[in-house]
Design a protein around this ligand. Sequence first.
Ligand code: NAD
Ligand code: UD1
Length: 339
Amino acid sequence: MNVLVTGGAGYIGTHTCVELMEAGHEISVLDNFSNSNPEALKRVSEITGKEFPIHQVDLLDAKAVEGVFSQGSYDAVIHFAGLKAVGESVQKPLEYYMNNVTGTLVLCQAMQKHGVTRLVFSSSATVYGTAEKMPLTEDLPIAAINPYGRTKVMIEQILTDLAASSQQFSIALLRYFNPVGAHKSGRIGEDPSGIPNNLTPYISKVAVGVLPELPVFGNDYDTPDGTCIRDYIHVMDLANGHVKALEKISSTTGVNAYNLGTGVGYSVMDVIHAFEQASGVKIRYRVTDRRPGDAPVSYADATKAGNELGWKAKRTLLEMCEDLWRWQSNNANGYQSQR
Ligand code: NAD
Ligand code: UD1
């Protein structure tokens, strides 16, 4: 298939581009590089040995988006482009609603005009909000608790309405749990700007000495070691989920949500210990107050993706940490590092 990948220069996008080309698909990338570096796409070409069109375009620029669709003939779109920092979304809600929701509307209008009706959308486990029942299943009500999460809920609803309006559309809403790790080459990986918000990039920056110590956000939760539990999934397993979703939407119509997680929860301390084992580096940490809004426990029931997409996460927590360490130790400053 010829696939347009929005946000393809980002963390999950680059890994998915590799997986798509290795599965025999052709790709074009649309990205405004607001949270990514063109170097990442050079490295995707280096890993795969394949060149592909890159459109430096902002999804809010409807004319430019239209231009991309006029130039190419796409069988499907995978839509990663969006802003993703929860804390920032609380400070700048309008920017988040504009970029994520309006950007998606612009994309869908261009798709509709050009008869492109297959879409895979990056949703998030954050749509489950404060659900108490674990593991999380796709049929639970969705209600996020911050502006970022609400953009995902709104977009899921918009896409559901779009699919209801025309039997042509076939849409997969992929609800990611906690993507971590990197491609095994160590050439691409997560490259957050500034101080990371998320656990594993923070740990790896402590390990390379860029940050002094990890804050552990609370050890008084009702969990075996008192720290929060999450469903960490290797980014290459997640990338493979997109290839499987693409296959699925090619033979179906309508809209479907799928959890992409391992179904297994690990605590913050489990992750620290796995990373220490993978890297041989002792991680300095300090227990601090709880982070507001953190759920004590979150993990997926990934049965639906297994049954309907034929997909299952395969890589272990240790592999996630080994691959993260290879990326971080070779690229202490991400894509700014020397090649
Ligand atoms: P990322 O920030 O690394 O990648 C997003 C890409 O989209 C970036 O390259 C950015 O430049 C681009 N982009 C943003 N707004 C754009 C716009 N208006 N026009 C064109 N390009 C634009 O993020 P990621 O971690 O790869 O996440 C990809 C998607 O998955 C996002 O939608 C995110 O909300 C979702 N998601 C991520 C996680 C996670 O933990 N990383 C978890 C759940 C869901
Ligand atoms: C966060 C977002 C979620 C988003 C997800 C993407 C919040 C409240 N939630 O989820 O919406 O979809 O990222 O990956 O921001 N931790 C520490 N110290 C740190 C960082 C994290 O102890 O410096 C702990 C957290 O308390 C949490 C776990 O590590 O228990 C994972 O945190 P994080 O990587 O931020 O992911 P989520 O909180 O699951």
